[in-house]
Write a protein that binds this ligand. Structure first.
Ligand code: FAD
Ligand code: DLZ
Ligand code: SF4
Length: 511
């Protein structure tokens, strides 16, 4: 019996389970559809990356002799959604059996589950074994645990895949985690190493023209465009990262430097999430580089932890908690997202810098996402849904399975502590320590009140004071409330007035 096999834009892997037993007579369906391109207003670079990578992947499958039905966005017959394109292909090709790999988003999963009832098709949904921890395995790990700490999950994964594990079962180097050796403030003169770029293919040029005309109203600049759009190109970037940049990965993982978007980060997330690179091959290559004395242990372990640990963990949390997860709002945060997240004017140098990187590269690194834009959203009480929509729109690596736990759980503490044990709230002093932004800012990180006081400072205390009933019992915040209580009533009132003034200026667009 012949099958229709759907491959989504973030499923561009030869080893995809939906393609495992493809046979003569089967048709592989890939479609560029407006519904997926606009369910949030994705950054133009993300759309161009995915469409170009899809087209290249389809061409590679065709070259292998497989039957591919590729529907471009501009095809006059394109009906605009995954559901209607599956229906059209099934009817036109006379195929009633559909095979898919489970998607990365609950929304799309629901859609696929409806196809039997609404389209009368037999739909086989296969597990996505590119991930290293299956959804049911994570659920078993989580079952009965009071706290779901990433560190313990990560150790299980190290053992399961035998990565950085010695023959006697102990962690390589004697420790599971070398985080203490990482995360230094930026050294003077710290810059981003140069990155590889790829000659644009004819496919990419066509896609850039399409996206330039159809999605120019979305936030973000399309060109210059430097993303790899094939597995071969992505592998070149991976090998280059491991050889030149990974040795320095851990040291300045949390550092932020004016004008330097990438520093020593890998920039691989978009490729991994779209399927051009596989998480296991990356971890194995990083481990091999350590074993061949090309990379120190703290760098290899720190990098592997992000992929084998954090990436798998947040995906597990997402599927464990959906659909209720998306509705959580622990602090009842509802303040509208200010225009400066969309490139509007702000004198806050740290925010302006993170947003500029986001606009130009569809990228900002983890600490900018967490401790600048995320931290501000947390302490200012910005609307959790608007903040999540922002993160889902603006980054080339964003899909709900990874964006939501990171935003709602890690940055906003919107799940009340399932993912993190305490809110990642920080004042301007943290940003000043970890970056060189404050020197060029109108605001002063040392000042709490007054016109030039850093807005993060008063918002930080106001956040804790505002949410005392929800946070006071948190064991990991021992000094916050005792310090606040030591402030004189005048000082407390001054901080609250300052926070109110920050909120006013934010609403007026003058912050
Ligand atoms: P590197 O710093 O080089 O890290 C290596 C790899 O580890 C990344 O490529 C990524 O695959 C993985 N990784 C690292 N941290 C995480 C993490 N917390 N969760 C999952 N994987 C991780 N990552 C996404 O892939 N998509 C998102 O939509 C996304 N949204 C985020 C939103 C917020 C508010 C925050 C705080 C983080 C978010 N992250 C997201 C996680 C992280 O910031 C990015 O994975 C990372 O910045 C990607 O850049 P890189 O490839 O240079 O990462
Ligand atoms: C993100 C995205 C975009 C922009 N466009 C498409 C598309 O045209 N066709 C497609 O198959 N997938 C697209 N995607 C990715 C899907 O939205 C993705 O599969 C879900 O977000 C689930 O992870
Ligand atoms: Fe950001 Fe405050 Fe530093 Fe300005 S002073 S860059 S607002 S932390």
């Amino acid at each position: 019996m012949s099958h229709l096999r759907l491959v989504l834009a973030d499923q561009l892997s030869e080893s995809l389970s939906a393609l495992a037993d493809v046979q003569a007579g089967d048709t592989i369906l890939m479609c560029e559809v407006m519904e997926e391109a606009t369910y949030v207003r994705h950054h133009p670079k993300k759309i161009a990356f995915l469409f170009a990578a899809m087209r290249h992947f389809a061409a590679e499958l065709s070259d292998r002799g497989l039957q591919v039905r590729y529907v471009t966005l501009t095809d006059p017959a394109n009906t605009g959604s995954l559901t209607s394109e599956v229906a059209r292909a099934a009817t036109e090709l006379g195929l009633r059996q559909v095979i898919v790999t489970e998607p990365g988003e609950y929304r799309v999963s629901r859609m696929m589950q409806s196809w039997h009832a609404i389209l009368g098709l037999d739909v086989e949904i296969r597990s996505d074994d590119r991930f290293l921890c299956a959804i049911d395995r994570f659920a078993r790990w989580a079952s009965g645990k009071k706290q779901l700490r990433m560190e313990y999950f990560y150790r299980e994964m190290r053992k399961a895949y035998h990565i950085l594990i010695e023959p006697d079962g102990t962690p390589t180097g004697g420790q599971w985690n070398y985080d203490k050796e990482n995360r230094k403030p930026p050294a003077k003169g710290l810059v981003s190493p140069p990155r590889i770029s790829h000659p644009p293919s004819a496919i990419l040029q066509e896609v850039l023209a399409l996206v330039g005309t159809r999605f120019s109203a979305h936030f973000g600049t399309l060109e210059p465009f430097h993303f790899a759009v094939t597995r071969t190109q992505a592998l070149v970037e991976l090998d280059d990262f491991i050889a030149r940049i990974l040795p320095h990965f851990g040291d300045y993982q949390d550092a932020m430097v004016q004008g330097e978007a990438f520093l020593n980060h890998s920039l691989l997330s978009s490729y991994i999430n779209a399927g051009l690179l596989l998480p296991l091959e990356i971890c194995r290559k990083a481990e091999a580089a350590y074993r061949n004395n090309r990379v120190p242990l703290n760098a290899a372990e720190g990098f592997i932890r992000q992929i084998l640990g954090w990436r798998e963990y947040v995906r597990g949390i997402y599927w464990l908690m959906m659909p209720d997860y998306g509705e959580l709002n622990f602090f009842d945060a509802k303040r509208p997202l200010p225009d400066f997240y969309w490139g509007g004017n702000t004198a806050m140098a740290c925010i302006a810098e993170a947003v500029a990187h986001t606009r130009d590269h569809a990228y900002s690194h983890h600490i900018q996402r967490l401790m600048v834009t995320g931290n501000f959203a947390l302490i200012a009480g910005l609307d959790v849904k608007q903040v999540q929509d922002w993160y889902l729109s603006v980054y080339s690596d964003a899909y709900e399975w990874v964006e939501m736990p990171n935003t709602l759980g890690m940055a906003l503490f919107g799940d009340g502590g399932l993912l993190g044990s305490k809110p990642y709230a920080a004042s301007g002093k943290y940003i000043d320590k970890m970056s060189n932004y404050c020197g060029g800012c109108r605001y002063n990180p040392q000042e709490m009140t007054g016109e030039t006081a850093c807005p993060f400072n008063a918002l930080y205390w106001d956040f804790f004071a505002r949410n005392r009933d929800k946070l006071e019992a948190n064991q990991r915040l021992p000094f916050v409330y005792s310090t606040w209580d030591k402030f004189s009533p005048d000082r407390q009132a001054g901080i609250k007035n300052q926070a109110a003034s920050v909120f006013n200026r934010m609403a007026q667009g003058t912050l």
